[in-house]
Design a protein around this ligand. Structure first.
Ligand code: DGL
Length: 292
């Protein structure tokens, strides 16, 4: 039976420790433009990657509860670190609610690797979590693929501060790419939702140094998974033809047709945050800030 109209028009919730999950939102907005999205950024507590598992679980369950209270029909935990420690628990707490989590896109990288050596760039929490380590045991190991894990605690703060290219973090990334190539890595997995925002920087660097490394992330696959779940649960907003009448805004940067403004909620606001969100999403993205 088709979900009722109220449910079909309920928002999709997205959660991340900061602005990283916006990289997932961009894929969702492109694939599912008729949907309405609410984003929760825990900017008060970012970064999560160095926190212990209980801390990450508690913060994540708070965020999921907040999105649930907003009436979301589906929630995406758009954070690999949070998914690693709280996805199972969140699903147990809200058995009726579809909850999608993130795991680094290691499986497609292993399948695409010709050299048999891939690298995963992620937070310490994600690298130690069972979601990723299960993929290593179940896919990489049986395939004979070597997986190098790499963690730089400054990467998330670098993205949150707008990715200044003169920063030491940028310099370390340039060197790291070269080192991966020297070690025979041919697939680099961006295992944190903040990292796709510097994918263009990495690709420029790879081209400049003439390295043969592919860069992969999970954004597209997550958007496809969300689409499947909406269809399977008959809760897709696009089931109603009237959604075509909603106003349409086009992000100049991403060429995304967005039917609704993005509702953005942060646990801590600043002028710098507002400017960063606009910069990451493209200047013409319409945002509605949500404060309580
Ligand atoms: N975007 C989060 C992730 O995917 C960043 C984690 C953090 O805050 O350290 O893991």
């Amino acid at each position: 039976m088709t979900a009722n109209r109220k449910v079909r028009h309920a928002p999709i919730g997205l959660f991340d420790s900061g602005v990283g999950g916006l990289s997932v939102y961009l894929h969702l907005a492109q694939q599912l433009p008729a949907e309405h999205y609410i984003y929760y950024a825990d900017t008060l507590n970012v970064p999560y990657g160095n926190r212990d598992s209980e801390d990450i679980e508690t913060l994540t369950l708070n965020a999921v509860e907040w999105l649930y209270q907003q009436g979301c029909k589906l929630i995406v935990i758009a954070c690999n670190s949070a998914s690693a420690y709280a996805l199972d628990r969140a699903r147990r707490c809200y058995p009726e609610l579809p909850i999608v989590g993130l795991v680094p896109a290691l499986k497609p990288a292993v399948l695409a690797s010709k050299s048999g050596h891939v690298a995963v760039l992620a937070t310490k929490a994600t690298l130690n979590g069972t979601l990723l380590n299960d993929v290593i045991s179940n896919v990489a190991d049986p395939n004979g693929t070597l997986v190098t894990k790499y963690f730089d605690p400054q990467l998330v703060p670098w993205v949150e501060s707008g990715m200044p290219v003169q920063d030491e973090t940028a310099q370390r990334l340039r060197q790291r790419i070269q080192a991966f190539a020297d070690d025979g890595v041919d697939q680099l997995v961006l295992g944190c939702t903040h990292y796709p925002f510097f994918k263009a920087f990495l690709l420029d660097e790879i081209a400049r140094q003439q390295l043969s490394i592919q860069v992969v992330d999970s954004g597209q696959a997550i958007a496809e998974r969300v689409k499947q779940l909406l269809v399977a649960n008959q809760m897709s907003a696009s089931l109603d033809s009237e959604t075509k009448d909603y106003h349409s805004e086009v992000s100049s940067k991403t060429k995304v047709d967005i039917s609704y403004p993005l509702t953005f909620h942060a646990t801590k606001y600043s002028d710098r945050l507002g400017a960063l969100v606009v910069r990451l999403l493209g200047r013409e993205t319409v945002l509605q800030y949500h404060t309580e």
